[in-house]
Design a protein around this ligand. Structure first.
Ligand code: LLP
Length: 446
């Protein structure tokens, strides 16, 4: 089927789509739809690949919790040995809830509130990644009040283009993220003089779904040379954090997809470029999507199919010849932008796989897969060659394990979906579907 990434964990067998041998039809029947389904084995495999790719140095895989913060997912990653990259007090609370130790947590983000900094210091986290001069002042004042030392790292904006969607590029000069190298160096003497601040690392994160591995190498090179200058100036630098951004295939790539090792090698080479390879640094990485993205699908049921005859007068700027098919087929499903906003927000591609295996000779035609939400931006796939789909059929929206459920909203008063984890041939709900009562729980009746 077109536009679907190859998967070791999702496969059509005996007429239906299975996840690690488990029937998605059965899951839909038991839990209803829309439902997020995750392959535990896929998370394990992704973790092992990244771990292996970094075997050249001591390292910590600090999972970017924002990608999927379900407690059961966090607990699984904890068991694998992961730490966490957090961006809020809420994410810190989740990590502490599942027992990820403070010494394995780093705290990123341009706008940390005082109470979040205080909670992080009380939890004795590994490092706070500072992104502005004012943040340094705030951390120092809070550490002083608590009578503790605050371990910090300088987050650099290396001004490197990750060749990705502009909304998820974070290491370019014009973005809000990180400190320019010159500014970071100016802050160094002030940090070194502080009795409360301990500059233990340098860090960068150039963006998500990095499209060109050489940009990661370049960014690490710039960050590594700063690490060296900081150490030479007397800072007790012990870590270099290369951020996240390791990509996953979504099924619309034209080129062969690089292995995790390619990204590990880029970090190793970047360290050497920055002449920091003999500093004995521990490497931290913050992958989110690469750990959980491919594990997940959003399972959804077709509500209606609507064929819209082509009307040239109604399509601005289009000619009949420019259309591959005259008519438009809308497959209206029970998932929407409320449950998976990535297509609407980033024009993101997600593979669409019918759960019942279509006969090989089934005619495919172009279709838009859309949700019930009252917005024309509410689409999940556009102009996709799909086999016939009928009311009641199930589809799996692939590669939805990262930035899926965490970005779900209640728009149109839609309860957020259930989440199901598949583990060793068995499955269990790791989050119940939200109820209407929960939707209204904290509101005044009037
Ligand atoms: N570290 C930092 C400091 C980050 O800001 C991020 C992501 C990551 C690590 C993890 O990036 P990953 O390895 O998952 O690419 N909602 C967007 C992605 C936004 C990512 C924001 N920061 C999407 O759906 O594509």
């Amino acid at each position: 089927m077109s536009g679907i990434p190859k998967s070791r964990h999702y496969a059509h067998v005996d007429g239906e789509l299975l996840c690690d041998g488990v029937s998605l039809t059965e899951i839909a029947e038991e839990f209803g739809t829309p439902t997020y389904v995750y392959s535990g084995a896929s998370i394990d495999r992704a973790y092992a690949a990244i771990d292996e790719a970094l075997s050249f140095a001591p390292h910590l895989i600090a999972y970017a919790v924002k990608a999927n913060s379900n407690l059961a997912v966090l607990a699984r990653l904890r068991d694998l040995g992961a730490g966490a990259d957090i961006v809020s007090g809420g994410e810190l609370a989740r990590c502490l809830e599942v027992g990820i130790g403070g010494d394995r947590i780093v705290f990123s983000g341009v706008g940390k509130r005082d109470e979040e900094i205080e909670a992080a210091l009380r939890a004795s986290i590994r490092s706070i990644h500072v992104e502005s001069a004012q943040e340094i002042e705030a951390i120092e004042a809070i550490a002083e009040r608590l009578g503790v030392e605050a371990p910090i790292s300088l987050r650099i904006n290396p001004d490197v283009d990750p060749k990705t969607h502009p909304y998820i590029a974070t290491g370019l000069h014009h973005t809000k993220f990180g400190l320019e190298i010159g500014v970071a160096e100016e802050l160094l003497p002030r940090i070194l003089r502080s009795k409360r601040l301990v500059l233990e690392g340098v860090t960068c994160h150039i963006g998500s779904q990095i499209g060109d591995v050489s940009s990661l190498r370049e960014a690490v090179g710039v960050t590594a040379s700063l690490a060296k200058r900081c150490r030479d100036a007397g800072a007790p630098i012990r870590t270099l954090d290369a951020g996240g951004g390791w990509p996953i295939p979504y099924g619309d790539e034209s080129d062969e997809f690089p292995e995790a090792q390619t990204f590990g090698d880029a970090i190793r080479d970047g360290l050497a470029d920055g002449r920091a390879d003999d500093m004995g640094l521990e490497i931290i990485v913050e992958p989110g999507r690469a750990l959980v993205g491919e594990s997940g699908t959003l399972l959804s049921r077709v509500i209606f199919v609507k064929d819209q005859p082509y009307r040239p007068d109604a399509v601005a700027g289009a000619s009949h010849e420019s259309q591959e098919s005259g008519d438009k087929r809308f497959v209206i499903v029970d998932a929407s932008m409320s449950e998976l906003i990535r297509p609407a927000l980033y024009d993101a591609h997600h593979g669409i796989s019918p759960v019942e295996t279509p006969p090989p000779q089934a005619a495919r035609s172009l279709a838009d897969v859309v949700g019930p939400v009252c917005e024309s931006g509410d689409w999940l796939a556009k102009d996709r060659l799909l086999p016939p789909l009928e009311r009641g059929d199930l589809i799996a929206i692939m590669s939805a394990g990262a930035y899926g459920m965490v970005m779900a909203s209640n728009y149109n008063s839609r309860p957020r979906p259930a989440e199901v984890l598949i583990d060793n041939g068995e499955y269990r709900a790791i989050r119940e579907r939200e109820t209407f009562a929960e939707l209204m729980r904290s509101e005044e009746r009037g």
